[in-house]
Ligand binder design. Structure first.
Ligand SMILES: *Cc1c(COP(=O)(O)O)cnc(C)c1O
Length: 413
């Protein structure tokens, strides 16, 4: 039982003032960047706990984002597997279709309160770029999004969205021309421009204070979900789950449940299998290391260079993981499991067919684990975070998997 009691003051205790979750996290950056990150942390601590900031963010969440998002009981899906009940926290109903706006609006408002003129970000598949461009448009801020040339060619619709929203999409042509180089370029820009700009990272990772800031802004997911679930059922769910890429929707979902007697499962992508380059299951196959300026688990070679990663869900294929996840596993509070491409695609099609909800492929990983859990438990309930909607994925899914006849067939007798 003490397992849960230990977490009653967790949010006050972690991270430490210098950004550590135990041995994970911290800030290992170019000396010249230190003032910029300190500036952001000081402002965050000073501003974000003020009533004025909190009230303004609440108003934005309600009127612009469409919060609270509902908790939904998947009755038809649950019936397929027996008596365990599957519930979803519907982050797919956020404006722009995913949870990423939760922290982007928080960071935008912080920039506004700090008197900054510009938001700087990197993006890979473009989902974070679109969310940050949306926040910039809302607050009337400039927005520079750094994106590798390879990704620009692949993610045309998101590039167009960002430009329509008024962002400058800045092509990065060095190295492999993908996310890592875009990240480096965005850091360099921040170094030169931090007096006028704030850097907005895409997940609960990076150097301190970003893992803390993003977690706090995303916690709205779990705070709402906990209250809504209690309201609907009168009890706590037996288990809570979410997919883990960098780890922002999952930490948002998990942290408000840490002191409750609820099992927690983080779901990583197992991709095509357990060989190097076929998955991005950092917790399962990674080792302790350092990536992008913080300590965590990393999929790395002997020299500490990140290994190639893969997942059918482009939002999950990161060779590291947010530092707080590494800590919560060591503490024994969160279990990490891995779900394959095939399992995620089955969940994608089942949720579409049985509930009328087309999920993002990332989110389908969490649904797949909820299904696995429901199959293994005769009763009880599991609450999964549906981090985003699948509109962005349907062309890719159709080309590679059709409309899913093969996946739903075996359930329709
Ligand atoms: C980006 C993304 C993720 C992964 O990011 P986290 O920081 O791990 O939450 C998951 N789901 C959707 C829909 C996304 O767009």
């Amino acid at each position: 039982m003490n397992k849960y009691k230990d977490f009653e003051n967790y949010l006050k205790e972690y991270p430490s003032a210098d950004g550590f979750f135990g041995e994970y996290g911290g800030s290992f950056i170019d000396e010249k960047l230190i003032p910029a990150f300190k500036d952001a942390d000081d402002a965050y601590e000073a501003i974000c706990h003020s009533a004025q900031f909190i009230n303004e963010l609440r108003r934005i969440r309600k009127e612009f984002q469409g919060r609270p998002t509902p908790v939904y009981h998947c009755e038809r899906l649950s019936r397929l597997f027996g008596h365990c009940q599957i519930y979803l926290k519907r982050e797919d109903l956020n404006h722009t279709g995913a949870h990423k706006l939760n922290h982007c609006m928080g960071e935008g408002l912080l920039a506004k309160f700090m008197g900054k003129k510009k938001l700087i970000a990197e993006t890979g598949a473009g989902q974070h770029g679109v969310a940050i461009a949306t926040a910039a448009a809302y607050f009337g801020l400039e927005c520079d999004v750094y994106m590798g040339e390879v990704d620009i060619a692949k993610q045309h619709p998101n590039v167009i969205r960002m430009k329509m929203l008024g962002a400058n999409v800045i092509p990065v042509s060095r190295g492999l021309k993908t996310l890592k180089e875009a990240c480096d370029a965005a850091f360099e820009a921040y170094l030169n421009e931090y007096k006028d700009a704030i850097y907005c990272i895409g997940s609960a990772l990076g150097p301190h204070p970003f893992p803390k800031m993003v977690r706090d802004f995303q916690s709205v997911i779990g705070i709402e979900a906990r209250e809504q679930f209690l309201d609907m059922t009168g009890i706590m769910p037996d288990a809570v789950t979410a997919c883990v890429g960098g780890g922002s929707n999952s930490l948002g979902m998990f942290t408000p449940f840490l002191a409750d007697p609820v099992e927690i499962y983080g779901v990583e992508p197992l991709g095509r299998g357990d060989k190097v380059g076929d998955h991005a299951a950092t917790m399962k196959y990674g080792t302790k290391g350092r990536i992008h300026g913080f300590n965590t688990y990393v999929l790395q070679d002997e020299k500490g260079e990140p290994l190639p990663v893969y997942s059918v869900a482009s939002g999950l294929d990161y060779p590291g993981v947010g530092p707080e996840h590494a800590f919560l596993r060591d503490k024994g509070r969160v279990n990490y499991v891995a779900v394959s491409d095939e399992e995620a695609m089955e969940a994608f099609f089942l949720l579409s067919r049985y509930e009328g909800i087309i999920p993002a492929i990332e989110s389908a990983h969490a649904v797949a684990y909820a299904i696995k859990y429901a199959k293994e438990h005769k009763s009880g309930s599991i609450l999964a975070c549906l981090s985003g909607r699948g509109d962005k994925d349907i062309d890719y899914v159709y080309e590679n998997y059709g409309c899913g006849e093969k996946y739903v067939e075996k359930y329709s007798k």
